[in-house]
Design a protein. Structure first.
Length: 246
């Protein structure tokens, strides 16, 4: 549903926000992505009353974020290490003037290294990993930075069209100062050969697609342990990250 979101930092007054760049976001209905026909609205949108955006805190906050919530290689261990290539995912959350957005809840969820989610709806014929849940969360610091340690996800078939495979990707969700300010996006990996065949990626306007692809970062790499990828998220303006719920 397309709604105007509340500012994610008190330093940015509503009157000073840059205009939304709607040309950066996927359309509600995209012929190549079949399920948009079921999810995309067919009628004019109904404006929400501003009172719905006046709540002052998200559902989750600092007190709900555990010590290992950001580390998906450890937060679900039962009897050993999770299987797959370890990686660091980190970046900054920035406002329309590229200023850091602090104290924002960032959540991620993903498939395991074999391309399977821990969810009853996922019946892909690939193994589950008993030591990997595929979900985590953290709060941005005073510089708007977030950081996760996880396992690089695998590609998986998804039935959208013949021989359809989703590229390796990680879902990200951001909460601002109210529940109604949630934004959801996906992060892809550089050089993935499946990107040109993926309707979720190609459904994003060409000029904005590169904003969905992380950059490999040797600086984020943990020597001898995990490779690093940087993915900055811009909430508004000409460089804004494409979101799924726009």
């Amino acid at each position: 549903m397309k709604t105007e979101i509340a500012p994610l930092t008190p330093r940015v007054a509503a009157a000073s926000l840059s205009a939304r760049d709607w040309h950066s976001h996927p359309a509600y209905l995209y012929e190549g992505y079949r399920s948009t026909a079921k999810r995309g609205p067919q009628q004019p949108l109904v404006p929400l009353k501003s009172a719905l955006g006046e709540l002052r805190r998200p559902v989750y906050g600092h007190d709900c974020v555990g010590e290992l919530d950001h580390d998906l290689t450890r937060n679900a261990r039962r009897n050993g290490e999770p299987i797959g290539e370890r990686m660091v995912l980190a970046g900054q959350v920035l406002d329309d003037r590229r200023r850091p957005v602090r104290n924002t809840l960032v959540e991620i969820w993903q498939a395991n290294a074999a391309g399977r989610y821990v969810h009853k709806a996922d019946q892909h014929d690939a193994p589950l990993d008993p030591n990997f849940l595929g979900a985590g969360r953290c709060m941005t610091d005073d510089e708007g930075r977030y950081r996760f340690l996880t396992i690089k996800p695998g590609a998986y078939p998804w039935g959208n069209h013949p021989n359809a495979w989703r590229p390796q990707h990680i879902h990200l969700s951001l909460f601002g100062q109210c529940f109604g300010s949630r934004l959801v996006t996906q992060m892809y990996f550089p050089g993935d050969p499946l990107l040109p065949f993926d309707p979720m990626y190609t459904g994003t306007p060409p000029a904005a697609r590169s904003r969905l692809v992380a950059d490999f970062s040797l600086d984020l790499t943990v020597e001898g342990y995990a490779l690093g990828y940087r993915f900055d998220i811009v909430l508004r303006g000409v460089d804004e990250t494409p979101f799924e719920n726009q």
